[in-house]
Design a protein around this ligand. Structure first.
Ligand code: SAM
Length: 476
């Protein structure tokens, strides 16, 4: 009998982010991805006449190991040593997960697929073959459409192994089955035959629908740099946000990252130096919308999604002198995660409170004092952020943030580091040929918050370092 395995089909986008998302979600549910991901299924991508992989796997054989394929590009992940509930848990959070299946059979071609389906537990299969259960079968492939005629031909070729007695119901079947054809890595040329084929019972969909449910287009309160919903949700997954967590965004802007964190059950807070954005003043970012209306606030955005009860508060603050630090440094951290997108100086300025002039000591002649602002060097933005995270995160809490990259000068060792924070992921999102941004995920070590330690920061030089390079590249 074949061992029970499950397959998750991932969306083919932001490839570097997919495994970190799944790994973080697995940890949330007490599993280690390394222990449940059957990587032997990746072998066919580098295969050169390895023979019948399915048969080798079932005999407990180990396939030729190879190093090229680490799974980053493969949209099909096969799981072992888990049950259906584990798979449902993963899919209850995954933004990359499109569909999950219980695998009934697999093989390098349709003949081996048939043999494999035949060998799958008849006890399991019988339940679904019964007269009372309607069903439907579809043929799917990543990145290509299979014509209806071809689908029917392929489905009919499996009929001998699939004696369904129930009625076919394409719209609302009791159970849905898919033939999944894997054509391997996209090489540009059209490959006629799949490299591997799976047959499985559809268990559940992932959370792709959240991307449109939370789309910034449907939000009243937005800004020039509002983070898109998909990435906001992925950041929350990488931060391992769970019910009841306390989440902070110290560069909160319009609060997109807080909305995603609240969706996953976090209580949210944050701060921004921009008075107008926090107090619904100034011009709206929507074309032709004029001035912001009173209800354009983060709290109202959360209410729009029935998440108003997750709002703690937002502060008008300067991230260079964080408002939480003094009290929290005495405790063992307060935030379960810090999720943020600091300003890079492209679409919004990097400023902090300060003055180049002689600082004032007598404020008596002012009715209202508006503090002056000075340049906030990118080096300091990130060293302050890491220091803040080190002193306010609980042990094991995650800091998830973006950093702009000028690709010709990028070196991994230049990513900011801090003795109390361990680098967990570093995923690139290309922007232009020579610029990109990287999503950095760090985890607070199990150390007391007291000794904040020094930040190692050699990334940027000059206040407008990244901005200058970005616009130089844009003009070329
Ligand atoms: C990239 S935007 C964040 C956008 C936000 N994620 C959203 O979805 O709307 C960076 C934010 O940092 C704020 N900011 C700039 N300098 C700051 C400082 N010194 N302290 C706190 N916030 C600052 C800006 O006003 C801006 O709202």
């Amino acid at each position: 009998m074949q061992a029970q395995r499950y397959l998750i089909h991932l969306a083919h986008e932001k490839l570097e982010f997919r495994i970190p998302e799944l790994e973080s979600i697995a940890q949330l549910f007490g599993k280690q991805l390394g222990n449940i991901w059957d990587k032997r299924f990746l072998s066919y991508n580098a295969r050169n006449g390895d023979g019948d992989i399915a048969a080798q796997l079932e005999m407990g054989g180990s396939l030729r190991s190879h190093t090229e394929e680490d799974g980053t590009r493969c949209p099909y992940i096969v799981f072992q040593d888990v049950n259906e509930d584990d798979i449902r848990n993963l899919m209850s959070r995954s933004v990359f997960g499109k569909q999950a299946y219980e695998i009934w059979g697999h093989g390098p071609d349709y003949d081996s697929l048939k043999t494999s389906i035949m060998k799958y537990s008849s006890e399991v299969k019988q339940k679904y073959f019964s007269y009372e259960n309607s069903f439907c079968i579809r043929v799917k492939a990543s990145g290509r459409k299979i014509s209806l005629k071809e689908q029917i031909m392929k489905i009919e070729s499996l009929q001998g192994q699939l004696p369904f007695a129930g009625a076919v119901n394409l719209n609302n079947p009791s159970n849905e089955f898919h033939v999944i054809e894997d054509y391997g890595s996209f090489s540009g040329k059209k490959i006629l035959h799949p490299k591997y084929v799976y047959f499985g019972r559809l268990i559940t969909d992932g959370q792709r629908s959240l991307i449109s449910n939370y789309s910034v287009k449907q939000r009243k309160f937005i800004g020039n740099t509002s983070m898109e919903s998909g990435l906001s949700l992925i950041m929350s997954n990488l931060a391992k946000v769970k019910n009841g967590d306390y989440i902070c965004d110290p560069f909160v802007g319009t609060g997109s990252l807080l909305i995603a964190a609240a969706h996953f059950g976090g209580f949210v807070t944050g701060g921004d130096i921009n008075y107008n954005i926090l107090h619904s003043r100034g011009k709206s970012s929507r074309v032709g919308a004029g001035y912001r209306e009173k209800d354009e606030t983060i709290h109202n955005s959360l209410r729009q999604y029935s998440l108003g009860d997750k709002f703690v508060d937002v502060l008008l603050h300067d991230a260079a002198r964080n408002a939480w630090s003094y009290r929290e440094r005495k405790t063992n951290g307060v935030f379960d995660a810090i999720i943020t997108d600091p300003p890079y100086g492209i679409r919004e300025g990097c400023r902090k409170v300060g003055t180049a002039k002689e600082p004032l000591t007598d404020f008596s002649e002012f009715e209202v004092h508006h503090p002056e602002r000075t340049a906030y060097h990118l080096n300091h933005v990130y060293s302050d952020l890491l220091t803040f995270a080190s002193s306010t995160l609980v042990p094991g809490g995650r800091l998830v943030y973006w950093i702009p990259i000028y690709r010709p000068e990028y070196a991994e060792e230049n990513i900011p580091s801090h003795p109390n924070l361990k680098l967990v992921y570093n995923c690139e999102q290309p922007l232009k040929k020579e610029t990109s941004r990287r999503l950095i995920v760090m985890e607070k070590l199990n150390v007391s918050c007291q000794g904040s330690g020094a930040v190692n920061m050699k990334m940027f030089s000059g206040h407008n370092a990244f901005r200058d390079k970005y616009f130089k590249v844009s003009k070329e």
